[in-house]
Design a binder for this molecule. Structure first.
Ligand SMILES: NC(=O)C1=CN([C@@H]2O[C@H](COP(=O)(O)OP(=O)(O)OC[C@H]3O[C@@H](n4cnc5c(N)ncnc54)[C@H](OP(=O)(O)O)[C@@H]3O)[C@@H](O)[C@H]2O)C=CC1
Ligand SMILES: CC(=O)[C@@H](O)[C@H](O)COP(=O)(O)O
Ligand SMILES: [Mn+2]
Length: 384
């Protein structure tokens, strides 16, 4: 299969490339796209020799046999039959239109970018549902785990409740003030290596709230059909409780390469994974699996995301934009860790319309972003 990766220069994109290169007989890497990181993309071009590459500010040029595309040409190549599968692992919203366009084409899409799914979700519900769109494979770890249960289920009516797990992040047992938490402390996630935005979201537990919204769109659920419990070690990722009282949960060590590998399995020419029996190495050393339920009320960011889900319409996109501004301000030391939830709560007081098309959904996201920025300035510590 000829594939492209959007967000190849990121944490997840790098892992996708690493796993894809294990299966060069099944996948041909045709297009790599970062956003601004030229050095990293050059390294990837030298290692993987794609036909095409894209970076935001690089005009059309050629490096060895790789052609750098303009934004227009990127769209053209991605939408053409030259590309059969696309991994969507980019941050931000710049690829929103491309994402929407790809959803209508007969290509396999591995989708991790939760902001894209949430902002597009209200408009493109039927295309983001894994039941309606058989070409879409969720790549967020919890959603892949849940999908792997639901797709094999003969009678989905047996499901009483759906569960996503949260690691709880670095501060779940923190007893000090949230005011003392620095960006450096926040960027040290206990279990996962990820980009800055999602790592801060994990620490506030906003990530888990966004993942509930993401699951609503992917699995045609209402937010109250989904529950979250804290599983500190991140070995359990998602599950269901059946009406007969049994729980089915998906377990694997916290390593996105496990998810990526599993998601590639149906497309492998030789159905072999490189590792035979790794039980001793992967799970044999696990001594404790700790659970906490419900999510501690100290993490209001989680509950505010649920409130955005409850309000529905444009609120999830608006909340996403507000959170983006809060994370940026926190990382720039213009907002404290504790103030993130305060600003998000203020933003959710705004009246937000229902979007009637993708452009309006994007504008709602931007309104959320700008309102949060204003609120941050009012709080008086912004350095932006
Ligand atoms: N990391 C993980 O394990 C997981 C990540 N995800 C989701 O995947 C996405 C990427 O996460 P992660 O790899 O950790 O993040 P990173 O910050 O490490 O990588 C982000 C990638 O997106 C590119 N990018 C940055 N800004 C924009 C923008 N405005 N428009 C388009 N592309 C942009 C970056 O390019 P450049 O660096 O060249 O500027 C980079 O390639 C996020 O949506 C995240 O929620 C979901 C589940 C797990
Ligand atoms: C790897 C992945 O899927 C992340 O989204 C992960 O879920 C973050 O972990 P927590 O938000 O549970 O800390
Ligand atoms: Mn996740």
């Amino acid at each position: 299969m000829k594939v492209a990766i959007l967000g190849s220069t990121g944490f997840l994109g790098t892992q996708i490339l690493e796993v894809l290169s294990e299966y060069s007989d099944s996948f041909e890497i045709c297009l790599l796209s970062g956003f601004k990181n030229y050095r990293k993309l050059r390294e990837q071009i030298d290692a993987y020799h794609p036909d095409y590459a894209f970076l935001k500010e690089v005009e059309e040029e050629k490096i060895n046999n790789t052609v750098f595309l303009s934004e227009e040409k990127l769209r053209e190549v991605l939408f053409s039959s030259k590309i059969e599968g696309v991994f969507i692992a980019s941050a931000g919203l710049d690829f929103l239109d491309i994402f929407a366009g790809l959803l209508s084409l007969p290509k396999t899409l591995w989708v991790a970018s939760k902001e894209l799914m949430i902002v597009a979700g209200e408009i493109l519900k039927s295309k983001i549902s894994v039941f309606a769109n058989q070409n879409l494979i969720p790549l967020d770890s919890e959603h892949y785990a849940l999908w792997s249960i639901l797709k094999g289920m003969q009678d989905p009516g047996r499901v009483e409740k759906v569960y996503l797990t949260a690691s709880g992040g670095p501060f779940y047992e923190w007893r000090g003030s949230f005011e003392d938490i620095t960006p450096e402390m926040t960027l040290a996630h206990p279990n996962w290596k990820m980009g800055d935005k999602i790592t801060v979201d994990s620490a506030t537990l906003v990530n888990k709230g966004l993942e509930v919204i993401e699951a609503c769109y992917l699995f045609e659920l209402s937010y109250h059909q989904i529950d979250v419990f804290v599983q500190r070690e991140s070995y359990l990722h998602a599950g269901v409780r059946l009406k007969d009282g049994m729980y089915h949960m998906v377990m694997f060590p916290p390593d996105m390469r496990k998810v990526i590998r599993a998601s590639l399995y149906p497309f492998l020419k030789k159905k072999t994974l490189p590792c035979p029996d790794l039980f001793a190495q992967e799970l044999g050393g696990v001594r404790t699996l700790s659970f906490d339920y419900p999510v501690s009320e100290r993490f209001q960011g989680f509950y505010l995301a649920l409130e955005a889900a409850r309000k529905g319409g444009g609120y999830p996109a608006f909340f996403c934009g507000a959170d983006q501004a809060c994370v940026e301000a926190f990382l720039n030391r213009g907002l404290s860790f504790g103030e993130i939830a305060v600003v998000l709560e203020e933003c959710l007081q705004a009246r937000v319309p229902n979007p009637s098309n993708l452009q309006e959904a994007f504008e709602i996201y931007q309104r959320g972003y700008h309102l949060a920025k204003e609120r941050i300035v009012v709080r008086g510590r912004s350095q932006c």
